[in-house]
Design a protein around this ligand. Structure first.
Ligand SMILES: *Cc1c(COP(=O)(O)O)cnc(C)c1O
Length: 470
């Protein structure tokens, strides 16, 4: 074993061979290069210890050089990468949900590169509140008396229940005991805050009388949760918010609503629409929603509602722990500003633009892409265009079919599944999906400015697949 350890090539020797292979590594810090080389061989030290490597020839540098080079080249790049979303899912949680508007991108840049008035009141020069930066705007675009921003909507719900309902009962319909991806469950969040869940009604039907009958002296609030990622269809009913508001007012209770992917604008997707934040906050005392779902801004949790209640939320010690940072606030302000003009917002906020783009525009884009691929991949791949539907994602409009037009690639020598897998490691990675025997790209979530990158990645994938097969 001693001999094996001694046979591991030295760092300097590796460095020399790597630089001969790729002179651009000269620009890399030599310390980082040393660390990466050591990391690469650490893996083999483990293998020697566990008896997986038993001969010196397995450790020859010549033999390892291509792998070592790839390891070093990869290690020098950031792990956080741009990827091309060709899934057509506009709000894709695995790919960072919303792409920010141009104005929001600039605001982030400004906040990142400079000192700012984050907690500075410029009218007095004294300490101010970070929440004041967006509160007025938030109230203006939602019609609420006041608002507060925290780290995400899960934090908003936690803060809400902790502030008003700890140790008290909260009534929720059995049809709304939601689990969101990443295991955010309403009943679990409640028990974390010490709020006591009182389930009422049935999975498919809950009536006003169910809520009324469950009220006890310990009840503090009625709560509605947006059934974000699923729908109950068929024989079902839900109590209108207006009626719940009346009941809550009569019995001196709070009416709280977790809207999930709250929207500030109406969409008409084949007749499907969801209540906006503005409509909800007219009846509910406090409404929470996400910043990076349909709103199209940064990750944030927004709470809007009655001023006295928002004041209590701010005073909760948890607020400090759940606060959002300056980059988020900068992006959020710029995003909310877009909504001062609702039609303008649909053009400027990429998430809204992605949801509302016209089917004929998508058809034009997919035929343009298809022409390009047909030319570039002649003999390697069948290219076609197919009608299909895309999804909003992010738990918004789960039933809405957005008509779209896909570009479908059917490689002749390898399977579509192999192409899909290969595209995870191209530069940049491309995420699409399999439909029948084709790998499909939905232009809805692709920026036209990225088409050259898309071509580059697809060509790289075909070249590497062919090299592996020949
Ligand atoms: C998405 C969602 C959440 C969680 O929001 P995050 O911003 O992801 O923390 C909570 N409740 C509902 C109803 C949701 O749809």
């Amino acid at each position: 074993m001693k001999q094996l350890f001694a046979a591991i090539p030295g760092v300097d020797k590796c460095k020399q061979s790597l630089l001969a292979q790729d002179p651009s590594l000269q620009n890399m810090s030599s310390e980082l290069l040393r660390i990466l080389i050591t990391q690469y061989w650490d893996n083999y030290r483990q293998k020697i210890k566990s008896g997986q490597i038993t001969s010196i020839t397995e450790l020859e540098l010549q033999h390892h050089l291509p792998n070592l080079l790839r390891f070093v080249q990869k290690g020098q790049k950031p792990r956080f990468k741009k990827v091309l979303n060709a899934t057509g899912i506009v709000i894709h949680t695995n790919m960072g949900r919303s792409v920010l508007s141009h104005a929001a991108q600039q605001a982030v840049q400004l906040a990142a590169a400079n000192y700012s008035n984050l907690e500075l009141d410029l009218s007095t020069g004294l300490r101010g509140s970070r929440y004041a930066l967006v509160e007025h705007l938030l109230a203006q675009v939602t019609g609420a008396e006041a608002g507060l921003v925290v780290n995400n909507n899960a934090a908003a719900v936690l803060l809400l229940l902790d502030t008003f309902c700890a140790g008290s009962e909260v009534i929720v319909s059995r049809g709304e005991l939601v689990e969101i991806g990443g295991s955010f469950r309403i009943p679990a969040v409640m028990s974390k805050t010490g709020a006591i869940l009182r389930e009422v009604g049935t999975t498919n039907r809950t009536h006003l009388e169910d809520y009324a009958a469950a009220i006890t002296p310990q009840t503090k609030a009625l709560m509605r949760v947006h059934t974000s990622n699923y729908r109950i269809i068929g024989f079902h009913s839900r109590v209108p918010l207006e009626d719940l508001a009346k009941l809550a007012a009569e019995r001196g209770l709070l009416l709280l609503e977790d809207l999930g992917s709250g929207s500030l604008v109406h969409f008409d997707i084949n007749g499907l629409d969801e209540p906006t934040v503005q409509e909800t906050v007219r009846y509910a005392d406090v409404v929470t929603f996400s910043g990076d779902k349909v709103l199209g801004g940064p990750q944030a949790g927004l709470l809007v509602g009655k001023a006295a209640l928002i004041q209590k939320l701010k005073a909760n010690q948890l607020t400090r722990a759940l606060r959002c940072d300056k980059l988020c606030l900068a992006a959020l302000e710029a995003t909310l500003r877009c909504y001062l003009d609702q039609q303008g917002a649909k053009a400027e906020v990429p998430t809204l633009a992605g949801i509302t783009v016209k089917p004929w525009d998508l058809a034009g884009q997919s035929s343009r892409l298809a022409r390009g691929f047909t030319q570039a991949l002649e003999g390697k791949c069948e290219v076609s265009v197919r009608d299909a539907v895309s999804r909003v994602g992010g738990g918004a409009f789960p039933q809405a079919d957005l008509p779209t037009s896909l570009v479908c690639l059917q490689p002749t020598k390898v399977s579509a599944a192999e192409l899909k897998a290969k595209l995870l490691s191209t530069e940049p990675p491309v995420l699409g999906y399999l439909d029948q025997d084709a790998f499909c790209l939905d232009p809805r979530t692709l920026a036209e400015a990225d088409y050259p990158l898309l071509f580059q990645a697809i060509m790289q994938a075909f070249a590497e697949l062919e090299a592996a097969h020949s």
